[in-house]
Design a binder for this molecule. Structure first.
Ligand code: GP9
Ligand code: MN
Length: 729
């Protein structure tokens, strides 16, 4: 033992040994923070093996970057300078770690370049907040230094005056670079396209560690800032001119038909249009997948659209949200919400409605708030409240999966917040259960029973059952709205965000759609990009199924006109789908793709939209028309990109809207704030809770499970006390 001790002290008394000791301290502190201070969401995995991969990644990721940075000191010859720089770099890494820990306590997120800049601007009171949030256990982050000082003082460790060989220093740098590549490779295994799509700060920290995240996010911010700086107010002039030509005047038959009502948006995860009215055939039996949503689709209380296309790219859900909330496209690379959310000036639906009808707004979603950078993007959009996973039931194997809490639990848990919101409200429920890999109900036997499709692809097979679950969740929510009177005073919007079955799987899906896998074409892929869009106005009888061609970009102007808010002054690229002026040119984000009632261009091929026949040798006239459509579609995207990357809306000063000040928004202690407002308004409070005689309506929400709704015939015969109570569950 003594020998070991001596060797150990001999080793750490060399320069390299000292560096490694500092690295060890930093690594242990970081791992401690990963598990004790941050929520890295390790358990949300598709496969158990992925959990262990992630575990290894978080344990090793402080090492490569730590070694690379602290190892830089090895290039220094002079003894004093070497020790000073080595300590300094290690201390800076610790400060970065600790600053993030403090920040995380307040914001449940990591420090980015922009958030650091923002808190610098509002630094009064910062010191006090930091001191308030210190905890006794934080001493742990200094422990390695205390031990080192002690060891030097006791002369157990001595300093080494021999300069480290330059080649050996270079070897250390190279080794750390190699280790970093291995780290990166493992991170890609866990989450492909991590750095190009961004996803969330948590994902990047979890994969590559804090210093790398800071470098990455700083680089992103600098790039964004460069583009922002190169844009000026005069760039908005041609943009505004174009937007004026794009404006589609409201249809007077429907303008304002939902004026003043609550707006409830239901984001139907991965829900494709082909599910509407679809019946899954198994052994000569037919199972209607989404009976409730189908009934809405056919109702005369609904404006439904049968040719509404998703227009997302890498940002998937976040792209859909961006379009639906702002009338502008996501980016051609990565996610707008991740790269610009919380930064760029935006005039989104919550802001417009707050300033045109005094709406209070909220989002309900059962995943962590940092996913797609929602916690920042929503503030810029003007959302007053964001109820994320932290507001809902603890996630267990039976009520959740890797993307968060299952819909029925999320919706049930939302009521206690929703009922305290002042009306009119603008609320969005983002469902998630019907998300790839469509096995989210695996941990809950009560929700199993809807038949699986019988293809060779598990993903396709599970899709119908989770869609059926989503349907019954939505039905339960509607029932709650009806029972509490919210329904009659609301407009309910439903939309599918993007495809659920990817193009590569479509040939396998083909037989279920009565199509041939062999002749499956790009045209068929294009047609499967349709998603539902419905505006349900209870009590209205003017509803119909429109075959107007449109996409997510058109959602906001359509809705605003239904609510009686004219969009003429707003910078939105989309067009009201109920307007007679609609051009019906759907621009897709994949290069050069577009869809009109006449032509479909998709993945390099052109088709006649009606017949589905490929156009290989267009005549002159057709070529000219195609070129015109292509140019118009490209222009929509170009104008939107100019606005988004140039942050042009900061110059959009005469649209009648006030700019949001994100500093006035906070997503913590939301219930307290809602109740405070309720109390302050007293008899004038318009919340459901107040209207219900200050009694909760939580018990009015009931979402029976699949097995409760579809009891097996045998169970009926032997109805016992226990089985009836189970069914109520
Ligand atoms: C996660 C959810 C899924 O919170 O919205 O996003 P997606 O993977 O569909 O883009
Ligand atoms: Mn999605």
């Amino acid at each position: 033992m003594k020998r070991f001790k001596d060797t150990f002290f001999d080793v750490v008394s060399t320069r390299l040994g000292f560096i490694l000791l500092l690295l060890l301290g930093y690594t242990l502190k970081t791992i401690w923070a990963y598990f004790m201070a941050f929520n890295l969401d390790l358990a949300s995995v598709e496969h158990p093996v992925q959990y262990y991969l992630r575990l290894i990644i978080v344990i090793i990721n402080p090492i490569p970057i730590g070694l690379m940075l602290i190892g830089l000191s090895l290039y220094i010859n002079r003894k004093k300078s070497f020790y000073f720089i080595a300590w300094l770099i290690s201390a800076l890494l610790t400060i970065l770690l600790f600053a993030n820990i403090i920040y995380y306590r307040e914001f449940a997120d990591f420090i980015t370049f922009s958030s650091a800049m923002a808190s610098r601007k509002t630094s009064e009171g910062l010191g006090k907040t930091v001191i308030d949030s210190l905890q006794v256990w934080d001493i742990i982050y200094l422990l390695d230094y205390l031990i080192l000082v002690l060891l030097f003082w006791k002369k157990k460790i001595t300093t080494d005056s021999r300069p480290f060989h330059k080649r050996a220093s270079f070897a250390v740098t190279s080794l750390s670079a190699l280790a970093f590549s291995i780290n990166l490779f493992m991170a890609e295994l866990d989450r492909p396209e991590l750095l190009t799509r961004g996803f969330s700060n948590t994902y990047v920290v979890r994969a590559l560690g804090l210093p790398t995240f800071s470098i990455y996010s700083t680089n992103q911010a600098i790039q964004a800032q460069k583009e922002r700086d190169s844009a000026s107010a005069k760039d908005l002039v041609p943009v505004k001119e174009y937007l004026a030509t794009q404006y589609a005047a409201p249809n007077q038959n429907y303008f304002g038909i939902g004026k003043g009502r609550n707006v409830i948006v239901l984001h139907l995860e991965s829900f494709q249009q082909f599910l509407i009215d679809y019946k899954l055939k198994i052994d000569d039996k037919e199972y209607e997948v989404t009976p409730f949503i189908n009934s809405l689709y056919h109702s005369t209380e609904t404006f439904a659209f049968s040719n509404f296309f998703n227009q997302v790219k890498a940002g998937k859900t976040s792209d859909a949200e961006t379009m639906m909330e702002t009338g502008l496209f996501g980016l051609s690379n990565g996610s707008f919400m991740v790269n610009y959310g919380g930064e760029n000036t935006q005039f989104a639906a919550p802001t417009i409605l707050a300033q045109n009808g005094d709406y209070t707004s909220a989002v309900f979603h059962g995943n962590v708030g940092s996913f797609w950078n929602r916690n920042n993007a929503y503030k810029q959009w003007g959302y007053n409240y964001f109820f994320d996973a932290s507001y809902f039931s603890k996630q267990t194997a039976s009520n959740s999966f890797q993307y968060g809490l299952n819909d029925k639990t999320m919706l049930a848990d939302s009521i206690k917040y929703l009922e305290h919101m002042q009306q009119p409200f603008y609320t969005k429920f983002i469902t998630v259960t019907n998300h790839y890999p469509y096995n989210s109900l695996a941990g809950n036997s009560d929700e199993q029973g809807f038949p699986l499709a019988q293809t060779n692809d598990e993903t396709i097979n599970g899709y119908f059952a989770t869609a059926n679950y989503l349907d019954s969740s939505i039905k339960a929510l509607f029932q709650y709205f009806k029972d509490t009177g919210i329904y009659d005073n609301s407009v309910i919007v439903l939309y599918g965000d993007h495809y659920g079955i990817s193009n590569s799987r479509n040939p396998e899906l083909a037989p279920l759609l009565d199509k041939d896998s062999e002749t499956w074409s790009q045209y068929d892929n294009a047609m499967l990009q349709r998603v539902p869009y419905m505006v349900h106005v209870p009590g209205m009888t003017k509803g119909f199924i429109s075959d107007t061609f449109g996409g997510e970009i058109d959602g906001l102007p359509t809705l605003l006109h239904v609510l009686g808010i004219d969009t003429a002054n707003f910078s939105q690229v989309g067009q009201d789908l109920l307007s007679a002026d609609n051009k019906q040119i759907v621009a897709l984000r994949t290069a050069g793709s577009y869809i009109t009632p006449q032509y479909t261009s998709y993945n390099g091929r052109i088709y006649d939209t009606v017949s589905g026949l490929e156009i290989t040798n267009p005549d002159e006239n057709t070529s000219a028309k195609l070129e015109e459509v292509r140019a118009e579609a490209t222009l929509q995207l170009k104008i939107s990109d100019e606005i988004q990357t140039g942050d042009l809306l900061r110059f959009d000063t005469d649209n009648g809207l006030k700019v949001v000040d994100i500093k006035t928004f906070s997503y913590t202690q939301s219930l307290d704030r809602l109740k405070e407002i309720e109390e302050k308004r007293g008899p004038k409070s318009t919340s459901i809770y107040s209207q219900n005689g200050n009694k909760t309506t939580v018990d009015r929400f009931n979402a029976p499970s699949y097995t409760a709704l579809n009891p097996k015939p045998e169970e009926n015969e032997t109805t016992s006390q226990t089985s009836t109570t189970e069914k109520k569950d």
